[in-house]
Design a protein around this ligand. Structure first.
Ligand code: AGP
Length: 608
């Protein structure tokens, strides 16, 4: 997720672009840049690091001009660096582009353009866009952009300027957001409303494949066939703070609602029906996979909970023994790791001290290490042998939500990749699982539509001092994450327990009115789960259950049940966690807690 801005008018573009980028830093902040056209020349200033670095460079070497584009980056392809920063230009330096999204087929396009003599400087997917526009440019910039975009697959929101037509800014989006600001004789593009709210409150909300052509004489919005589209102006009433959260009250709620998209993004170019699992940054060979005798998955907090799911799915699909542990324990218990083991570290930030220590220790013991992380260029991504990036975009709320679900997707991808290489599953079964995964974004969207039941339950439970989360198998792993969410943002004590283990002691805590959240999505364990629920019900517990649609027998056993859209139980964690996130969020709001920045917590624990 990156931030793009663009301006054309009578005022100097530089300060307007930088001000817009400061409002988009929450979308990405590992590098930034601007490109401005002045007197027919294209000036580009861009650099690694926070926006302040760019501002310093512009103070030293200001750029004049009344038309330009700007970008603040959250790296997905290519580490944070000056050369990988946006804007990118064609090799003639006559076309410049800013981009937010992922070009799925950039490798194929780059190969084709290279064969036609184009040279590339960066590792990014974005750099193919100005080169492709250049390839199609025959005197009409809009035509060239339309042709280039028709060859691109994936998601994009792009702004384009060129010295060929120095009075024109062209933009288009598909699956990545873009708004068009309308001022008095001046126009703007931005990834999000906050970037332009100080300039105008009148915007067009662009739809996919709508092409915007802006000049100082006016603006037109075109179809791919260059037919004019009439759109309604939307007048923004939000304040800046609300706008940064996309109109949500907290970043956490915004990020919960981003989950369908980031689940889809993390599968992009990796899960393709009929094609092998494609892991671009993983070089482990089929033979090396076959030689693995044991896998250790090691992480902290929410990432650890994703690792527990990883254990279940890798053992089930790839039949490789997996041990999962928290990094602060693993690193001091002298684990048996060697060249026959594989260590998978999971870390959203890629900087967690204990997790990083485990990575270094594993490598010292000649074990191969795969890192699953959300931050390109983070320490774990640089020190691991292989990296599988989650594409959740920056996660601002301390309590992890969208990063967690993309870590689950990463676990499923690794499990299927290993199963494919070890041939522990028939190809038909692998295809079945891949198709089931591709339905998950829509299933998650359906869950998010069903919030009122969660809100009702939270209004009856926010005053409680403790809660139990029960589950078996994958449900137990999700119960752990649900319990952590409640603790860290509402400060209510809770614990997740393996439902079959309760009777070995903790059931002594169950009394009349005890709140129990029971997860019952695993069909092969359902009957066992029902009997565990009856054990707590008979002792007076108030049970709120999560089950898959179609399983109405559970209604007779519990006080209330929230039904989830039907999915293969193997993938139920990806959607069953969402109501638990919403429950914790709703309770925390009712308790007036600081949802995005809970007391005592930091987003990344870089100390032991
Ligand atoms: C998540 O809700 C927590 N804030 C915390 O447990 C977090 O998952 C943990 O600190 C690990 O962080 P990492 O993924 O950046 O390594």
């Amino acid at each position: 997720m990156c931030g793009i801005v663009g301006y054309i008018g009578k005022r100097q573009a530089s300060s307007i672009l930088v001000e817009g980028l400061t409002k988009l830093e929450y979308r990405g902040y590992d590098s930034a840049g601007v490109a401005i056209i002045h007197n027919g020349c294209l000036d580009v200033t861009k650099c690694k690091g926070r926006l302040a670095n760019l501002e310093k460079r512009l103070e030293i070497n200001p750029i004049e001009g009344t038309m330009g584009i700007g970008h603040t980056r959250w790296a997905t392809h290519g580490e944070p660096s000056d050369v990988n920063s946006h804007p990118h230009t064609n090799q003639k330096g006559t076309i410049s582009v800013v981009h937010n999204g992922i070009i799925e087929n950039y490798i194929q396009l780059r190969e084709k353009l290279t064969k036609k003599g184009y040279k590339f400087l960066s590792e990014t997917d974005t750099e193919i866009i100005p080169q492709l526009i250049d390839y199609y440019y025959k005197g009409d910039l809009v035509e060239a952009v339309i042709k280039a975009v028709s060859k691109m697959e994936g998601s994009y929101a792009i702004g384009v300027i060129s010295t060929y037509e120095p009075d024109k800014l062209v933009a288009v989006r598909k699956d990545s957001p873009m708004v068009v600001g309308v001022g008095d004789g001046e126009y703007f593009i931005a990834s999000d409303i906050p970037a332009i709210l100080n300039q105008t409150r009148d915007v067009y909300l662009l739809d996919d494949k709508e092409f915007v052509v802006m000049t100082t004489d006016g603006i037109s919005i075109l179809t791919e066939e260059k037919e004019e589209i009439q759109k309604e102006i939307y007048h923004v009433t939000w304040n800046t703070d609300a706008a940064e959260k996309g109109g949500y009250e907290h970043f956490m709620l915004k990020e919960i609602h981003e989950q369908p998209k980031v689940i889809k993004d993390t599968m992009l170019s990796r899960i393709i029906p009929g094609k092998p699992i494609n892991l671009d940054k993983i070089s482990i060979t089929k033979e090396q996979i076959k030689d693995i005798e044991k896998i250790f998955i090691v992480a902290c907090g929410t990432a650890y909970h994703a690792g527990v799911i990883g254990k279940y799915v890798i053992e089930k699909l790839a039949r490789i023994p997996v041990e999962v542990d928290i990094a602060s324990e693993f690193r001091y218990r002298k684990p048996i790791i060697n060249e026959k083991t594989l260590v998978i570290v999971i870390s959203q930030s890629g900087e967690t001290a204990d997790t990083l220590a485990v990575l270094r220790d594993a490598k010292a013991h000649k074990s191969r290490v795969i890192a699953v992380t959300n931050v390109v260029g983070s320490s774990v991504s640089r020190e691991a042998d292989d990296v599988l990036y989650t594409w959740a975009g920056p996660e601002i709320a301390v309590a992890s939500t969208k990063a967690y679900v993309t870590q689950l997707i990463a676990m499923y991808i690794i499990a299927l990749f290993f199963a494919e290489n070890k041939q522990t599953l028939y190809q038909e079964k692998i295809e079945y699982y891949k198709n089931a995964m591709l339905e998950l974004p829509n299933k998650a969207e359906e869950v998010l539509k069903n919030k009122e039941q969660i809100q009702k339950f939270s209004s009856k439970t926010y005053m409680y001092k403790d809660m139990f989360y029960l589950g078996r198998g994958l449900d137990y792993a999700v119960a752990m994450e649900g319990s952590l969410k409640l603790k860290e943002i509402s400060y209510i004590h809770s614990e997740a327990y393996a439902a079959g283990e309760l009777k070995h002691g903790p059931i002594a805590l169950i009394e009349k009115g005890t709140i129990v959240i029971a997860l019952a999505t695993q069909e092969d364990l359902f009957e066992k789960m029902v009997s565990n629920i009856k054990e707590v019900k008979t002792r007076g517990a108030n049970v709120f259950a999560l089950a898959l649609e179609g399983n109405d027998t559970i209604e007779k056993t519990v006080d209330s049940v929230l039904y989830l859209p039907k999915v293969d139980p193997l993938f139920a964690p990806v959607i069953s966690v969402i109501p638990l996130q919403l429950l914790s969020y709703s309770i925390a709001v009712q308790k007036a807690c600081d949802v995005d920045k809970p007391r005592n917590l930091a987003k990344s624990v870089t100390v032991e």
